[in-house]
Design a protein around this ligand. Structure first.
Ligand code: G1P
Length: 283
């Protein structure tokens, strides 16, 4: 099934990274030399996504500028003959009209952020990528779309039982080793109430009927409108597919995950790996 649109909720305040995120969106924090949001956009493009919808908020204009020309910079690089850098800045741009931005006027939760993009989605399934969840290999959404057969689909992974209160947690029936039917999901349960240790990671393919649910969704965990609650309320009428993805996931919304991602991605780079690993061993 063709999925053409992806929503990137980027309205969050990034409080966990203050003061770095006081005047800079957390999605612009770099892993080595590329902002988190660009990894997310590249994964979507690799999956065949053609329209990139960002749900932004005040103070996020750096994201819009990032996915646009910077004439002064490009002109300078051209004059100085820095062709490689010029290529890097130009290759990431897509044809005009590919990126769309809507504002989430208040931080009312992930479900609310997705709902803010409702007028940009027709009667079609669409993807959601949370840029904080960086997954190695760049292929998670592509593999999900390949396995998608309608309804709702979420990427899942095993977490430690004591971490369930940081994630949406699912109850499942196994279909194959990687594919599960989700029979229930709950946002950030305490370990004693968690239905399993399978957690939702920031990749979704959603049926557009979700917007009708989100419209009426009451605030849930943290007094926010939760996407997990809306998907859960569709279980029974809409098939919900849990996809156990391959690759290592880094929680770049946490300091530790962000540092680990930087080291891991740097160790993959030919221009950095030798010196970095020597220095890591030394310290
Ligand atoms: C969101 C979702 C949660 C999911 C998580 C994955 O939470 O609400 O269900 O498990 O992303 O990263 P957040 O981390 O934005 O609080």
């Amino acid at each position: 099934m063709k999925i053409k649109k992806a929503i990137f909720p980027v309205g969050g305040l990034g409080t966990r990274f203050l003061p770095a995120t006081k005047s800079m969106p957390k999605e612009m924090l770099p892993i080595v030399d590329k902002p988190l949001i660009q990894y997310a956009v590249e994964e979507a493009a690799e999956a065949g996504i053609e329209q990139f919808i960002f749900v932004t908020s005040r103070g996020k204009s750096a994201i819009e500028n990032h996915f646009d020309h910077s004439f002064e910079l490009e002109n300078n690089l051209l004059m100085q003959g820095k062709k490689n850098f010029l290529k890097i800045t130009q290759e990431m741009l897509k044809i005009p009209g590919t990126y769309a931005y809507v504002r989430q006027q208040e931080p009312a939760g992930l479900g609310h952020a997705i709902w803010c993009a409702r007028h940009l989605i027709d009667n079609e399934p669409f993807a959601v990528i949370l840029a904080d969840d960086l997954i190695t290999g760049n292929l998670t959404l592509k593999n999900m779309i390949h396995n998608y057969q309608g309804g709702n689909m979420v990427a899942i992974m095993e977490v430690n039982k004591n971490e369930t209160s940081s994630y949406g947690i699912v109850k499942t029936k196994e279909i194959t080793s990687k594919n599960f039917e989700i029979t229930h999901m709950v946002e950030k349960p305490n370990p004693e109430n968690a239905p399993s240790n399978l957690a939702i990671v920031g990749r979704y393919i959603l049926d557009s009927k979700i917007f009708k649910i989100l419209e009426k969704q009451n605030a849930g965990k943290g007094k926010e409108i939760q996407l997990t609650d809306a998907i859960n309320s569709q279980i029974g009428t809409t098939f919900c597919h849990g996809f156990l993805f391959e690759g290592e996931r880094y929680d770049c919304g946490s300091k530790l995950g962000f540092i680990q991602a930087n080291i891991t991605f740097a160790l993959e780079r030919n221009d950095l790996k030798n010196e970095l690993s020597t220095w890591l061993k030394k310290i």
